[in-house]
Write a protein that binds this ligand. Sequence first.
Ligand SMILES: *Cc1c(COP(=O)(O)O)cnc(C)c1O
Length: 364
Amino acid sequence: MSIALQAPAYIRAISPYIPGKPITELARQMGIAAEKIVKLASNENPLGMSPRARKAVEAALAAVERYPDQFDLIAALAERHGVATEQIVLGNGSNDVLDMAARVFLAPGRSAVFSRHAFAVYPLATMSAGAECIAAPAKHYGHDPAAMLAAIRADTHVVWIANPNNPTGNFLPQSEVRAFIERIPAHIAVVLDEAYTEYLAPAERADTVSWIRDLPNLIVTRTFSKIYGLAGLRVGYGVARADVVDLLNRVRQPFNVNNLALAGAIAALDDHGFVAESFELNRRGMEQIVAGLKRLGLDHIPSHGNFVTFAVTDGAAVNGRLQQQGVIVRPIGGYGLPNHLRVTIGLGAENLRFLEALGKALPT
Ligand SMILES: *Cc1c(COP(=O)(O)O)cnc(C)c1O
């Protein structure tokens, strides 16, 4: 008998996370040269990493025999957000912080609420902690605060909110998010996942971290994986009250963020030029792709991130025909959207390649 059968049923019930197909894998499968493949599947920054971050990472190579010291990045983030250093917790990607929050606040016999079509890591983290998932009905594919409030039960201890949401790109205006959180019972941890916040138009942004003063149950998470272009280094963080961060730190792996990631993140945080350039490229690329989808007669979900989700009649078939042409996008059947595909905004030439391939991939 295998020990696999001895794992708790809630672990065996987890559906594995399906990442975007790596370029190298499609190259092997299709016999296409890797350089000819366009990957717009994982919301990565098409500009790569900031040149300043690259220099810092290269310099940090000089001391990889030492265990990492998180002090400098925590100090820089505390200063950036105007909070105490005790209010910052670092993650191996922000997914790591989501997992810590689940392990601190969830357990068998407890539940967590999120929206249908919300980020896949919420059910993963919830189930890993042995808690029950409650997926509230969505409104226009996005979070419906009323439905989420109605879904809260006596055993609910976490509410997951992604704003903007991935994979749908929906954005809930900050005033509505704030009103929503105010109505969530104060003993429930609210995780506000803002992985795409840097892509919001200036008028849509809010200093959500400052809400923690009045909303002590709030945990805000951010990442260096998206606009900062450091997805492969794995670094993100959470901001919360010091007593909450203290608990998150107790379940955190002591050296969860490596030396190179710490150095890269500190430098990236100050590279305002790179962030501005990435924002502008995304804005133009979004216009280009949305116009192209309209020309092809395809509906899309208006997106506030660095990606856009659009509807086709057969997601799996169109995805297959895109792959044959060396274009990787993200099928999102696992999110309950089998006839939608999500495409990341790339460089202008990549967006064009995608639109041309999509034109050929659609059923005639
Ligand atoms: C990409 C993403 C993250 C960030 O993941 P990392 O672990 O920081 O790379 C978090 N939340 C959402 C909704 C995302 O799409």
